[in-house]
Design a protein around this ligand. Structure first.
Ligand SMILES: Cc1cc2nc3c(=O)[nH]c(=O)nc-3n(C[C@H](O)[C@H](O)[C@H](O)COP(=O)(O)O)c2cc1C
Length: 321
């Protein structure tokens, strides 16, 4: 029952807070992402929202919004209170195909609660977390982690991966930076190779993939089963089709500015189905128009827009120029 779902491609969209909303996830899915994942979500927020929504005869999908077309779809949880974790896992289980656990987030407000990347140093609690989740659901549980907290303990992931496998975690994603590294420097892909050598569950390599060529290099250098793309997919959902084609045929189609604008308009029309904050939509607009000729002027106009209609008008005008 807890087997992994079928993934239609080896390229996954990374969970990204404020970015991987249901509209972007669907656009990426339609462009060939094999798996999409919600942004990290607090187990305590899930429990509180569920109680509140129950009184209105609604369920948690009002808070964790998605569409059926995104499947297979994973929800990412964070938080280390075991009772809350069990409860939250049971709340989300009926709606998602997989449940991912976050052990990578470097944000201080998360690490301070002994969650996210901070957990890498607490192997006993980590074991209990995995056990609790796996015992609370029939869905496959996966793990996403960094390699360690700081340079002096950058091999912590090895012990955690072993524990994860022993406790029934079905897939492990590694972003090979330390927590204290944030996003600086380069991800160390040799760590993905090391992980692949010590576990039998599928390994998802993540970190600094921005082109199909780089995705292929990661697979070749590390032997990872899947790749996960975060920043490289921001404003660039085409990367999934490009990676899939490059891995299969050795060539891929290039997309231009107007393709990106059209993709963004598709994104905007999809957003109307969800409660996505306008400020996040505007930030997506800025990402979709990044690095394009005339993009600077356009982005300046976009930053001052106050509603979705104005935003759409500017973009439609730009496409038809
Ligand atoms: C804006 C932003 C938000 C992120 N939010 C999450 C998150 O919610 N959960 C998570 O596991 N990782 C999160 N990450 C990390 C990414 O999933 C990914 O591991 C990281 O960006 C490295 O991959 P990349 O080089 O392809 O971007 C976030 C990254 C960014 C840039």
């Amino acid at each position: 029952m807890s087997e992994l779902p079928h993934f239609s491609s080896r390229a996954f969209l990374a969970p990204m807070a404020g970015v991987s909303d249901p509209a972007l996830r669907l656009i990426c899915k339609n462009m060939g992402a094999g798996l999409v994942i919600t942004e990290l979500t607090s187990i305590h927020a899930i429990i509180a929202k569920e109680e509140q929504l129950k009184t209105q005869m609604k369920n948690i999908t009002e808070f964790l919004e998605f569409s059926e077309k995104e499947r297979p779809l994973s929800v990412q949880l964070f938080g280390s209170d075991l009772i809350a974790l069990e409860k939250a896992t049971k709340i989300v289980e009926p709606f998602f195909d997989m449940i991912d656990y976050n052990m990578g987030c470097p944000a201080p407000h998360i690490t301070k609660q002994m969650a996210g990347g901070a957990l890498l140093q607490n192997s006993d609690l980590t074991r209990q977390i995995f056990r609790t989740m796996v015992n609370s659901t029939t869905r496959p549980v996966s793990l996403k982690m960094r390699i360690g907290v700081s340079d002096s303990n950058k091999l912590l992931f090895k012990e955690i991966a072993k524990i994860a496998e022993q406790e029934g975690i079905k897939m492990i994603t590694l972003h090979p930076r330390t927590v204290s590294q944030g996003y600086s420097g380069h991800s160390d892909w040799t760590m993905i190779k090391k992980l692949k050598e010590i576990v039998d569950v599928p390994v998802v390599g993540n970190g600094d993939i921005t082109t199909p060529e780089i995705a292929k290099s990661m697979i070749e250098q590390t032997g990872c089963d899947y790749v996960m793309i975060g920043r490289g997919a921001m404003g660039n959902p085409f990367i999934f089709e490009q990676i899939n084609d490059y891995l299969k045929y050795g060539v891929y189609k290039n997309y231009n500015f107007s393709d990106r604008l059209n993709a963004f308009l598709d994104y905007v029309s999809e957003t109307s189905k969800y409660k996505i904050k306008f400020v996040n939509i505007k930030e997506q607009a800025i990402r979709f128009t990044k690095g394009t000729v005339g993009g600077g002027v356009l982005r300046k106009r976009l930053t001052t827009t106050r509603d979705i209609d104005e935003l759409k008008k500017i973009l439609v005008q730009t496409v038809s120029v």
